[in-house]
Design a protein around this ligand. Structure first.
Ligand code: FAD
Length: 449
């Protein structure tokens, strides 16, 4: 047998790690080079935190890394100490430990040299013969038969309302998950742009006695909380237009069982999305998405209680409206904002601004050099809804010409345009397993040829 082909997986968060593990688990599989620019492999943005207040927002029972072994994570927990359950939820740091353990185990059991960790940033991917060449920031190059982009969520673009001076000052935090981002301890009033899960995370992490957070988004909707659900799940008819699906969920929620209704819809979300026309997807994104997001992405009860207390004590004030100006003054930041449904502009002085706007979807606004280069060469293109990169049902990236680029794949939130519900573990674990099979077939075909 000739030399094994190489697959380069860029990004070692949950998506890249699981894809790499599936590839490495095949004894006849390729050599896998897992490229990660952060120090820790396997944790990614979500599970790098050591903050004990940062809990998973999905119950442990649904967090197995393997779709065909749903008890895998709960078994791992049972075999480990040093964690505690908060009503069925554990810290995100503990989940990161689990993922690192999976990686450690694979490194110990996979035949030597078949799973290689490369700590560096991938800055370019170019065609090279029948395969691809990945260039790393330190100047090294990796030749690969296939490349997987598992880059996670794209950081939000800076708010249009912000002055250049503010964006360049320490009073603006553009990436709330950046471990180096620090607020001045003295900062009293802080503006959080956005009212979703990222805002909740920032409010919990940045809380200090005497500090007040102002959280503003267009609708001012905040995530709902998890609660025990009935054992007898509901069956919601998963068909039809966004309007019909909404009507079915509303009907099923009539007895207050909205959590059961949403949960029963979840396994069907991808097929519903795939069945919708482009116009229907756009209509969902315009009118229903904010509601879907707050009901679907829920808070662990203890986090919800904490946030409730902060809101009652006016340590967290949530408002619906549009921020129209953010100007750096001598002593603070002046915020101009218009409450929803009002023509009047209000003003607010804050010590700092944190961008909690969530995920950026539009590839053309991405600041990642790797994505900018792939886009410029036409190897990737934005999906029609501008949620990420266009992929086909097999997670193969579609180039500017409208055809899949041979040997180029993407896994995780970058593929939201095709699958919509592909940001959390229960969805990504299935995609990673499926994509690994498609990658194995692709490299075998190329190798045989
Ligand atoms: C704060 C937070 C909390 C969450 N909580 C939950 C939860 O409780 N349950 C749940 O199911 N989901 C949760 N999620 C969703 C989460 O997105 C997924 O569970 C999953 O972690 C996504 O993994 P990923 O690998 O796609 O992305 P990421 O975790 O973002 O990993 C991408 C990795 O790629 C690396 N990278 C990017 N570009 C390059 C490059 N050019 N070169 C080298 N490396 C690169 C990054 O450094 C990063 O480590 C949460 C997300 C966030 C942000």
């Amino acid at each position: 047998m000739g030399q094994r082909p190489t697959v380069a997986v860029i990004g070692a968060g949950f998506s890249g790690l699981l894809t790499a593990l599936h590839l490495a688990a095949d004894p006849d599989g390729p050599t896998v080079r897992l490229i990660e620019r952060a120090k820790a492999f396997g944790r990614g943005a979500a599970y790098s935190t050591g903050n004990p207040d940062h809990l998973l927002n999905v119950r442990v029972a649904n967090m197995s890394a393997y779709p065909d072994d749903p008890e895998h994570f709960t078994r791992w927990l049972a075999g480990h100490e040093g964690w505690s359950s908060h009503g069925g939820f554990v810290t995100r740091g503990v989940y990161g430990d689990y993922l690192q353990d999976l990686l450690r185990e694979a490194l110990e059991t996979t035949a030597a040299g078949r799973l290689l960790l490369e700590q560096d940033e991938a800055v370019d991917v170019q065609r090279s013969g029948e395969g691809w060449r990945v260039r790393l920031a330190l100047g090294r190059e990796i030749e690969a038969a296939a490349v997987v982009l598992a880059l996670g969520v794209l950081r939000p673009a800076p708010p249009a309302a912000a002055s250049e001076a503010l964006l360049a000052s320490p009073r603006y935090i553009g990436d709330p998950w950046d471990p180096k981002a620090k607020l001045d301890e003295e900062a009293a009033d802080v503006l959080l742009l956005g009212t979703g899960l990222t805002m909740i995370d920032a409010a919990v992490s940045l809380w200090r006695p005497g500090r007040r957070f102002w959280a503003i988004s267009r609708r001012g909707l905040t995530p709902r909380q998890h609660a025990p659900t009935s054992e007898h799940g509901l069956e919601v008819a998963p068909e039809g237009s966004p309007r019909q699906v909404l009507a079915a969920v509303r009907a099923a929620s009539a007895d207050g069982q909205w959590r059961e209704a949403i949960d029963s819809l979840r396994p069907h979300v991808q097929s519903i999305w795939l069945g919708w026309s482009q116009a229907q997807r756009q209509s969902f994104l315009r009118h229903l998405r904010p509601w879907w997001d707050v009901h679907r992405h829920r808070l662990a009860p203890s986090v919800a209680r904490r946030i409730g207390l902060m809101m009652r004590g006016r340590e967290l004030v949530v408002r619906a409206g549009e921020v129209t100006g953010l100007t750096l003054t001598r002593d603070n930041v002046e915020v101009a904002w218009r409450p929803r449904g009002s023509g009047m502009t209000r003003r607010l002085g804050v010590s700092a601004v944190v961008n909690c706007a969530g995920l950026l979807g539009d590839l053309e606004r991405a600041t990642e050099p790797l994505l900018q280069r792939l886009l410029a060469r036409g190897h990737i293109r934005p999906d029609p809804c501008r949620l990420g990169a266009d992929v086909d049902i097999g997670s193969r990236l579609i180039g500017a010409g409208g055809r899949p680029e041979p040997g180029l794949f993407a896994v995780g939130p970058l593929t939201r345009g095709a699958f919509w519900e592909i940001t959390s573990v229960p969805d990504i674990r299935s995609q990673a397993a499926g994509a690994a099979q498609a990658i194995l077939s692709s490299v075998r075909r190329a190798h045989a040829a």
